[in-house]
Design a protein around this ligand. Structure first.
Ligand code: IPD
Ligand code: CA
Ligand code: CA
Length: 262
């Protein structure tokens, strides 16, 4: 496998996809719903996924593609090279705000994350990590993470998890919200993972994400020394939906033992 070639193409296609999204701002979106009235999808989500699939099939026909909108392959395993793509992560923000969304592309080889790309389209910021070779924002290296205490931590968390819900006993989340310095919710898991990777927030917790939401982000977080697990502290499975909890190592262990597993 020529990873340099793959790298170059992956970044180039992601930037091109971003340009297409920026150009769509002046057009009228076709908006429909999927599993619920708040689960939105647009023609751009589908077009961007198709754009990646066309490029990958042309240049790397042996690779497999796992994309949110379902135009890729049906996967039974993660053998070989697999592209895990969320064409627009944060579609609700894309529709309502025309900002706070990202393109997320994770490239795995036999289940191991090799390349993570998250593109903040509106800010033209391309976050990129290659396993063992560091992480970069528009080509500038990102420093490794430094630890933060709970009392000084900003945690990415949707307010819904601090209310009664079917995924977690919310009484575990309330004291966490009270003890940390602050909480934030940006509405794009990919961006929230990037914010942990770059130290803008210190942890991110979601009770339910799909593999395309976190495939690229966890590569970036791990490359910078962060830990990525589910909320039980167990390894993430790239083939299924799960909870996701990322943080700096000591903070990860503190939040797990003092709150999530208490
Ligand atoms: C969503 C965003 C959101 C997260 C949802 C995801 P989408 O992705 O990442 O932050 O809370 O669970 O489904 O649908 O905009 O690609
Ligand atoms: Ca998503
Ligand atoms: Ca999406």
């Amino acid at each position: 496998m020529k990873w340099e070639e793959l790298d170059t193409y992956a970044k180039q296609w992601t930037k091109e996809a971003g340009e297409r999204i920026r150009s769509s701002f002046s057009t009228t979106l076709d908006i429909t719903t999927k599993s619920s009235p708040n689960d939105l999808v647009t023609n751009m989500d589908r077009d961007i996924e198709k754009f990646f699939i066309e490029k990958i099939r042309e240049h790397f026909p042996q690779h497999k593609i796992f994309g949110e909108e379902g135009f890729g392959d049906t996967l039974n395993d993660l053998n070989g090279v697999v592209w895990i793509i969320d064409p627009i992560d944060g579609t609700m923000n894309f529709i309502h705000q025309q900002r706070n969304f990202a393109i997320s592309v994770g490239i795995y080889e036999n289940g191991i994350g090799q390349i993570g790309i998250i593109y903040d389209v509106v800010h033209d910021e391309l976050y990129y990590a290659r396993k063992g070779q560091g992480a970069y924002i528009n080509g500038e290296p990102v420093p490794k993470l430094k630890e933060t205490n709970i009392s000084e931590a900003i945690v990415g968390l949707n307010a819904i998890w601090a209310t009664e819900n079917k995924r977690i006993d919310y009484t575990k989340i309330v004291p966490l919200v009270q003890d940390v310095r602050g909480t934030r919710s940006y509405g794009s898991a990919a961006l929230e993972l990037v914010y942990v990777a770059t130290g803008r927030i210190d942890a991110y917790i979601s009770m339910r994400l799909a593999p395309w939401d976190f495939a690229a982000g966890i590569i970036l977080v791990q490359e910078l020394g962060g830990i990525a697990t589910n909320i039980e502290g167990k390894e993430l499975n790239l083939m299924e939906k799960s909870s996701v909890f990322v943080a700096k190592p000591h903070l990860h262990q503190q939040i797990l033992s003092n709150y999530l597993l208490k």
